[in-house]
Ligand binder design. Structure first.
Ligand SMILES: C[S@@+](CC[C@H](N)C(=O)[O-])C[C@H]1O[C@@H](n2cnc3c(N)ncnc32)[C@H](O)[C@@H]1O
Length: 269
């Protein structure tokens, strides 16, 4: 059997790009290399491994969990089922934070997952001090590995639950992409999400429960004129504006993602 035969079989079941990437993963080759060697032989054992993964993908298992990696901002991150797969829309929060003067500033990230946001910022600004926190030990272990692999290893990783007591210094910046999906409103056929950790995705009260806690506590721990950068669903933007006004935030800016949906709120104390 050749690579081409294997791909033809897989394409009956899954997207062709996914099939090519899975074959590349099995053969430890880039997609480009697979393309230039379509007539190469694939052993029966390798084909069986490949086909098992194709079947998994057909059932909705995310491609990033199969290959164990995902690109985000300018780096590659290890991902596994303890962490949310970094989403392209989350790059907006990185872009916005990088507009700030960050040298020697203290940042707290709430819910770091694979570490994608903190590591991307630290790589661009080695002088910034970052506390990257998560409730999940599995996520923290993955984030630490990613920091090491990406040579951003002076980030301070901490196990912390934002629902409990906060003990942080006067913070310049808080960043969070918290769980904000309303489980009831999620499409049952949405690709892949049902394999991701529930605590990374879902929040009660129309997805606003965790956002509210973060808004309430951040204003206490930020320095005067400190900023909270928060990712959320577009439909939550108005509610966030009204809650933050009541809580006493002085300014609110909201930024749109590439789909022109409001995705990030920037709140100044
Ligand atoms: C949407 S994911 C964000 C992951 C990553 N920062 C990103 O943007 O791709 C939310 C993260 O918050 C963490 N989390 C959920 N509830 C938490 C809590 N009460 N305290 C701290 N972290 C929490 C989850 O474990 C998960 O890693």
């Amino acid at each position: 059997m050749t690579y081409q035969d294997a791909l033809n079989k897989a394409k009956e079941k899954i997207d062709s790009l996914d099939a090519e990437l899975i074959l590349g993963f099995i053969q430890n080759q880039t997609r480009e290399k697979i393309f230039t060697n379509l007539n190469s032989d694939l052993s029966l054992k390798k084909f069986q491994n490949f086909y098992e993964l194709v079947e998994k993908r057909r059932k909705g298992f995310p491609l990033a969990y199969i290959t164990g990696k995902k690109e985000f901002w300018k780096s590659e991150f290890e991902v596994n089922n303890s962490v949310l797969i970094p989403r392209p829309e989350t790059e907006l929060i990185v872009e916005e934070v990088l507009k700030e003067e960050l040298n020697k500033k203290i940042i707290l990230e709430l819910g770091t997952g694979s570490g994608n946001i903190s590591i991307s910022i630290k790589k661009e600004n080695p002088g910034v001090i970052i506390y990257a926190t998560d409730i999940s030990m599995g996520a923290l272990m993955t984030a630490k590995k990613n920091a090491k692999f990406n040579e951003a290893d002076r980030i301070i990783f901490m196990n912390h639950d934002w629902k409990r007591e906060w003990l942080f210094p006067n913070l310049d910046i808080i960043i969070s992409n918290p769980p904000y999906v309303d489980k009831k409103s999620l499409d049952k056929d949405e690709d892949g999400v049902w394999f991701e950790p529930e605590e990374a995705l879902f929040s009660k009260k129309s997805g606003l429960k965790d956002i509210k806690i973060i808004l309430q506590k951040s204003i206490i721990f930020l320095k005067k004129r400190g900023k909270l950068f928060l990712e959320h669903a577009p439909f939550q933007a108005k509610k966030i504006a009204s809650i933050s006004k009541k809580l006493g935030y002085k300014e609110l800016e909201q930024r749109k993602d590439l789909n022109k949906d409001i995705r990030v709120s920037i709140l100044t104390k």
